[in-house]
Write a protein that binds this ligand. Structure first.
Ligand SMILES: Cc1ncc(COP(=O)(O)O)c(C=O)c1O
Length: 494
């Protein structure tokens, strides 16, 4: 295939140059209705922001330039089919799960899944069968899905429709994708992958194998996160004949906008070309530099940067070395404090903070100057803080997740009431609660609230973390058991 071509972007450029009378939407009429953005970003941007005019194909029934762009994209990402998404990987996850499992059908997955998966479980009504991920006590994060625990759940639930794998986790840790695919297919289940953080991996042998390379059926991947397209542009990748193609397409149509952004579609087209020609070399050049900065940071007092070997020693199959994890608690700082210091004093924006660490996401766009400035900041802070008395938060991540009482959809549709944190132990959650980022729920609808969960939440609040939930801070939305005495009956109806 000719990867020099950018069918959609090329046609869009031609369209934007025409002297067209725009009697269609959008209402800014190719930038003629000025607003504050027009003067900063220019009319040109708005000229490209068209809906689905003649000649630019239709994302829901692609027959022209979108079809061609998707075919090139599938080829570059080593899949048979690619479906462009303008609502992020969140939308891809919804489509993957809703097209795979109906209400009360089971999907096996690790518990450290992203909120979009919980939303998909509520919408589909599927029952999650959770596998406890390996918890890294030192860092306080959840890592890969252990193969033995997965095998156990497959044996206990042979009727499950699919196994979902996070490849890799937000922190870059990869499970044994190849073996998971083999075992899962032997049991006639589909393999779905959340590759929100792994779209770039296909371009380097030094990085973990992608779901498509391992033979998985479906993957949802955020091109915007690590492959250079505009934010919210993602894709579903698919291959083989195990999944229901028609149902997948129908489900994508259900959740996708009927007015997809042309800018996002074009950015997927051009990002594919750029990655196809440049990513391999850029990643090859980047990785030794990452190892070098890890080595240098590890010479600084109070800081520890994590190597691939650190995760392999915990049983992970692979690690995406474009994720740089720095443990900062040895400086007497929490990750949250470090996050703010780096931002305010050094103009460095890291991806996220956790209790003990900060996570930097590096990519094909990372420059030597970025790494150098990070190192200088680490060195300065090490000199400034490493001699202070350690009084870091005494909180120790609890290392397990609450127990489930009913599937997420049942609790979501149950009658609810609000209870204060201190009165909530023993209640059944009717909402998800998560720290953002990473957006991995610490509580999901249907789980029983325990004291450890309340303590965890209070700790995150004390650290100034953003808590995402439906309730006002200090309260949980829980199932009102008094008006929900026959939940089994209600459960049967949903
Ligand atoms: C593990 C994981 N899955 C899925 C998503 C959703 O991706 P998107 O932001 O592209 O909707 C995210 C977003 O951060 C994520 O971290």
């Amino acid at each position: 295939m000719n990867h020099q071509l950018t069918p959609y972007f090329t046609k869009l450029k031609e369209y934007a140059k025409k002297d067209r009378v725009p009697l269609d939407v959008p209402g800014h009429k190719m930038g003629l209705f000025y607003n504050d953005m027009t003067s900063i970003l220019g009319e040109e941007l708005f000229k490209f922001d068209v809906n689905a005019p003649d000649g630019l194909d239709n994302l829901n029934v692609p027959k022209g330039v979108i079809k061609e762009a998707q075919a090139l994209f599938a080829d570059a990402f080593q899949a048979e089919h690619a479906f462009f998404l303008t609502g992020g990987t969140t939308l891809g996850i919804l489509a993957l799960i809703m097209s795979t499992a109906k209400a009360k059908e089971k999907i096996i997955m690790p518990r450290n899944v992203h909120k979009s998966i919980i939303s998909a479980l509520i919408m589909s009504g599927a029952i999650p069968i959770f596998v406890e991920p390996v918890i890294d006590e030192d860092l306080g994060i959840a890592n890969h899905m252990p193969l033995d625990a997965l095998k156990k759940q497959i044996a206990l639930h042979p009727d499950a429709k699919a196994v979902l794998v996070i490849n890799p986790t937000y922190f870059g840790v990869a499970s044994n994708m190849k073996e998971i695919v083999d075992i899962t297919h032997q049991h006639h289940m589909l393999v779905l992958a959340d590759e929100a953080h792994g779209s770039h991996m296909v371009f380097s042998d030094a990085l973990p194998m992608t779901a498509m390379q391992a033979g998985a059926d479906l993957s949802a991947t955020s091109i915007h996160k690590t492959s250079g397209s505009l934010t919210q542009s993602s894709a579903i990748l698919a291959q083989g004949s195990r999944f229901d193609y028609q149902r997948l397409v129908a489900t994508i149509h259900m959740v996708q906008s009927t007015s997809p952004s042309a800018l996002l579609l074009a950015s997927l087209d051009v990002a594919r070309k750029a990655m196809y020609f440049q990513a391999s070399e850029k990643i090859q050049t980047l990785l030794p530099k990452v190892r070098d900065i890890i080595f240098k940071i590890n010479k600084l007092k109070g800081l520890k940067a994590y190597t691939k070997e650190d995760f392999l020693n915990q049983g992970a199959t692979h690690f995406d070395e474009t994720k740089l994890i720095i443990k900062v608690s040895g400086l007497g700082l929490t990750g949250f404090e470090m996050y703010h210091i780096l931002s305010e004093k050094f103009d460095i924006q890291v991806e996220l903070a956790e209790t003990n660490l900060v996570l930097c996401v590096l990519s094909v766009g990372t420059t030597d100057q970025h790494l150098e400035r990070l190192y200088v900041a680490c060195k300065t802070l090490s000199e400034q803080y490493s001699n202070q008395v350690l009084n870091v938060a005494s909180y120790k991540p609890k290392g397990n997740f609450p127990e489930a009482y009913v599937r997420p959809r049942s609790a979501y549709h149950a009658p609810t009431r609000n209870v204060k944190y201190e009165d909530a132990v023993g209640e059944i959650a009717a909402e998800s609660v998560m720290i953002y980022p990473p957006g991995i729920p610490i509580l999901i609808p249907g789980e029983i609230i325990d004291q450890a969960l309340v303590d965890e939440l209070l700790f995150y609040i004390s650290q100034g973390s953003t808590i995402l939930s439906e309730s006002e801070q200090g309260y949980f939305k829980v199932v009102d058991k008094l008006t929900w005495p026959k939940w089994e009956e209600i459960d049967n109806e949903l």
